[in-house]
Ligand binder design. Structure first.
Ligand SMILES: [Zn+2]
Length: 127
């Protein structure tokens, strides 16, 4: 039961990234508490300190869940990171490009429906 501290440079940021510090008890390693905001990236600079952590967690979660929806639909193995490219636009829409795979229009339509049902229209774009 020791409190640990982790500095985090989220990959959803523009460079130079935000830099956050969170604490966690090694007895409960998945429970994180924001301790400090050391830097904000240009795209997150307009977000108030009280909302920044939640905003970044939402973007990271949206990215992870969207990847998982697509991975399962395409039957890719867990941990295979080779099939997509991604980026967050400045308006915080997540763009995912599926590459090196032939994906039918029907499959893309199914994926878009699942993703829109999960996140709302216009939050994730599949190219
Ligand atoms: Zn940021």
């Amino acid at each position: 039961m020791t409190i640990q501290y982790t500095a985090w440079n989220p990959d959803v940021c523009t460079f130079p990234t935000c830099r956050l510090v969170y604490s966690w008890d090694d007895a409960f390693p998945t429970v994180h508490t924001l301790v400090a905001i050391e830097r904000k990236c240009s795209v997150h600079s307009a977000i108030g300190d009280n909302n920044l952590y939640a905003a970044i967690l939402e973007e990271c979660g949206r990215k992870s869940y969207a990847f998982e929806i697509i991975r399962v639909e395409l039957g890719r193995p867990k941990g295979d990171l080779s099939w997509y490219l991604w980026n967050y636009r400045l308006d915080r829409v997540l763009e995912i490009q599926i590459r090196e795979l032939v994906v039918s229009a029907a499959t893309k339509t199914r994926l878009r429906k699942q993703i829109n049902d999960r996140f709302g229209q216009g939050k994730v774009v599949i190219k």
